[in-house]
Design a protein around this ligand. Structure first.
Ligand SMILES: Nc1ncnc2c1ncn2[C@@H]1O[C@H](COP(=O)(O)OP(=O)(O)OP(=O)(O)O)[C@@H](O)[C@H]1O
Ligand SMILES: [Mg+2]
Length: 275
């Protein structure tokens, strides 16, 4: 029924950027805004004993917010950076209706305002939907990173995502901007992929980010082992790590321009959807 299929790499990009931030010594909070909660596995967090984003959306009070934040297992690997996770929950689906109220849409922003001075960067991993949860994430964000696969429906799905972002920017949060479109899982030998990448460039111009992310099984291995890709051995992982470093630079530069406002760190967000 839905053309908004998942699986384009939002969680992978969130984990890759978290890995880049971690190896750079930044303090990062990852927010799991997908009811499927895939990102907690990759960050080596077991959610037992913690509150979660559904509790936070119910009541964005300091006590709840702090009780929903877990330390990632990554923190054992080296000192310097910090990775924390605001734990996800299947119950967050109850907050994903089609028409969020003006009050509901600010709930995550309200919650993050309590802790954001403790972090350099906040990354929000979204669900494959443009409903209330994703809009609530955007209202709390400075930038949205749209992830797309080089496939038949990529242009339409990306266009829909950009329009929805623009709608939130105009109606709700003027600081919100798309950071760009990150094309994931490219196979440079595939004519079809090259065609789709050209199509995306023609349609969205400079919003299409460089580098694109190639298909690399080592990413799945690092995720399966719950390790940061920067610490996964082998040439392909190091190439991926370098790609994520470049994208992180872009995130920090882009948000840094506005960060003169002085409050908290930039809130970047990996989101959306094509297939
Ligand atoms: N560049 C890549 N190379 C190899 N595998 C990848 C790549 N990007 C993503 N994958 C794999 O594809 C699968 C789906 O990716 P991921 O979970 O990041 O997508 P998603 O957009 O978060 O999905 P969902 O919409 O379900 O949340 C995962 O198994 C992931 O490891
Ligand atoms: Mg995901």
């Amino acid at each position: 029924m839905s053309s908004l299929k998942g699986g384009v790499g939002k969680t992978t990009v969130t984990l890759g950027l978290a890995s880049a931030a971690f190896s750079r010594g930044l303090r990062t909070l990852v927010v799991d805004f997908d009811p499927q909660s895939d990102v907690s596995t990759g960050l080596a967090v077991s959610p037992e004993g913690f509150l979660n984003v559904a509790d936070v959306l119910e009541s964005p009070k300091e006590k709840t917010v702090r009780a929903a934040i877990a330390h990632s297992g990554w923190n054992d690997y080296h000192e310097g950076g910090t990775i924390d996770l605001m734990v996800g929950s299947p119950s967050s689906i109850n907050f994903d209706g089609p028409h969020p109220s003006a009050r509901d849409i600010w709930k995550l922003e309200e919650a993050l305002a309590i802790v954001e001075s403790e972090y350099d960067l906040v990354l929000i991993d979204c669900a494959p939907s443009l409903n209330a949860l994703t809009r609530t994430a955007w209202a709390a964000s400075d930038r949205v990173l749209v992830v797309a696969e080089p496939s038949l429906f990529a242009v339409a799905a990306t266009d829909r995502a950009l329009r929805a972002i623009e709608e939130i920017r105009r109606g709700v949060s003027p600081r919100l901007q798309p950071l760009g479109i990150l094309i994931n899982r490219t196979q440079p030998q595939s004519m079809e992929h090259q065609f789709r990448i050209r199509e995306l460039r023609e349609m969205f111009g400079p919003l299409v980010l460089t580098p694109q992310l190639p298909e690399r099984p080592s990413l799945q291995q690092a995720q399966g082992a719950a390790k940061p890709v920067h610490m996964w051995p082998g040439e392909p992982s190091q190439e991926m790590a370098a790609n994520f470093d470049t994208i992180l630079d872009r995130v920090l530069r882009s948000a840094g321009m506005d960060a003169e406002r002085g409050t908290g760190g930039p809130t970047a967000q990996a989101t959306t959807v094509t297939d």
